[in-house]
Design a protein. Structure first.
Lengths: 206, 206
DNA sequence: AAACTCAGTATACGCATGCATACTGAGTTA
DNA sequence: TAACTCAGTATGCATGCGTATACTGAGTTT
């Protein structure tokens, strides 16, 4: 049976994990093939059996984060299905911050490379972001419908929310746990502002 | 007299300018002392007469951007003193995007290194951001007062606005000019959402 | 059991890097 | 004009890099 492929997958995972861990301290951009290979107890040349170059490895990492985050958000959405908007956002933001803390390496990579030098990185990350925005847009529309409200530009609101949550969420990486409560409050408040501002009010000539 | 200091300043400026230009293509993090020195037609060792290392040079660059941006925003604020809120934000966002396009290198550095690997970079950039937030907070409060309105959390609103404008503004760097109109509209709409959402409404038990 | 595949090894290349050392010569001061 | 300062030069070293080449030996196929 495929003992061979199994071993290969193991090495591949080890390379990915080591790259992730190393990127936490130095940043992914500063990593070298040799460094990652050495950390994974493998010859530099062996690296090429798995990835063409560091960029290809990086894109795999981005994918991993996106998958993890999407799972998280899907769960949080499901779990909070019954609650009202304010609670949903607060709940989701809470889960998000937990995720950021648990996967700080992945997240640092995502946010750091979002405006980085590599085109393909930026493109990949923005694509993932767009998916988040899309999913949130649907959520907002659904919730609004339930509450018998209308939103002005649901997609814009979603974009603003995603931007705020990700950008401010990144600050959690530099904060001790006990200071993150304040950060969470800020994010929740700002997200609620956006949603409030997106709601159509009584018609009024202006 | 001081022909010497004059020459030194000239070389220093050349180093800074070259670093800036190079960082546009490869990203500042990927620059080397030798590379910058060569671009500035100077020996690598001469670099050390001006900066301890690349990081010190980088902090100078950050400072330059901040100064330029602050000047821009101050002007835009002054020029739009008489207009109403909506026009102010639109006007300012427009100037901001012009600045981003004109100083794309500086801006790329600012946004790219904002979540980068270097602590001192992040700290420096966040400090500048905080100043923007502070200034905008005062603006929002002033305008609200004039219009006889109250804002819920002016500082949070300002933080959200700055976050949106900078993060989405960064996308302008990857967009052809003719597609930036759409971007501008998105930013304006989202900023207005935030401000709208920050306004206190009629008291209402909830 | 013989032939084949292929993940990983061993080694070596040329190149760019940060940085140390000793030097030069125009500009300044006394 | 003699002594001094100091921005910039010339040179060289050790290190780490990406990658090419030839190889080995366990795992798989026939």
């Amino acid at each position: 049976m495929d003992k061979r492929a199994e071993q290969k997958a193991k090495t591949r995972k080890k390379l990915i994990d080591c790259a992730l861990e190393l990127s936490a301290t130095k940043g992914f951009a500063a990593l070298s093939i040799r460094e990652v290979a050495q950390a994974a107890d493998v010859t530099p040349a062996a690296f090429y059996r798995h990835f063409r170059d560091m960029e290809e490895l990086g894109l795999c990492l981005v994918d991993e984060i996106a998958v993890g985050l999407r799972r998280l958000l899907r769960n949080s959405r499901k779990e909070s299905m019954t609650k009202d908007v304010k609670t949903i956002s607060e709940f989701t933001i809470e889960s998000f911050l937990v995720f950021v803390n648990e996967n700080s390496n992945l997240f640092r990579l995502l946010l750091g490379e979002r405006q980085g030098a590599s085109d393909s990185f930026r493109r990949a990350i923005r694509k993932e972001m767009d998916i988040f925005v899309e999913e949130l847009t649907e959520d907002l529309e659904r919730i609004a419908k339930v509450k018998n409200q209308t939103l002005r530009h649901p997609a814009f609101a979603a974009e603003a929310v995603v931007t705020i949550v990700f950008t401010l969420g990144a600050e959690a990486l530099d904060l001790p746990k006990f200071k993150q409560d304040n950060l969470k409050k800020r994010i929740v408040e700002e997200v609620n502002m956006i949603i409030r501002g997106a709601r159509m009010r009584e018609r009024k000539s202006l």
